[in-house]
Design a protein around this ligand. Sequence first.
Ligand SMILES: N[C@@H](CCC(=O)N[C@@H](CS)C(=O)NCC(=O)O)C(=O)O
Length: 119
Amino acid sequence: MKFIRWFLGRVILLLNFVFSPKGVKRSADEQQAVDSKAQSLALYQFEACPFCVKVRRAMKRQSVKFDLRDAKNDQTHRAELEAGGGKVKVPCLRIEKDGDVQWMYESSDIVAYLEKEFA
Ligand SMILES: N[C@@H](CCC(=O)N[C@@H](CS)C(=O)NCC(=O)O)C(=O)O
């Protein structure tokens, strides 16, 4: 069972690599504004989780980069996610705004948020 899960994870990563989406092109100034806005975000994720791949593809489409935190192997990130968000479920987007922190679960909500903020 563990091997099948690992194998399917590799297939997902391979397909994601082969069919990688194209990122939107912006002027240097616009991209700088996006990069600076994205500094308030971090994604807690597992590398081969299909829902996390879905969110990373949305990031790629929007040409937005922020911290990817491995909540599977990195015990510090895992503990941060559990303490802040309330559960170890991924993907989870950590959004920091005006000193407040919001933890957003559900890949579809995260993708919709990225599209609203960066499209
Ligand atoms: N409906 C969720 C599903 C997320 C999900 O099932 N994530 C799995 C990893 S692929 C997980 O975190 N499992 C741990 C758990 O549910 O405790 C989404 O779209 O984000």
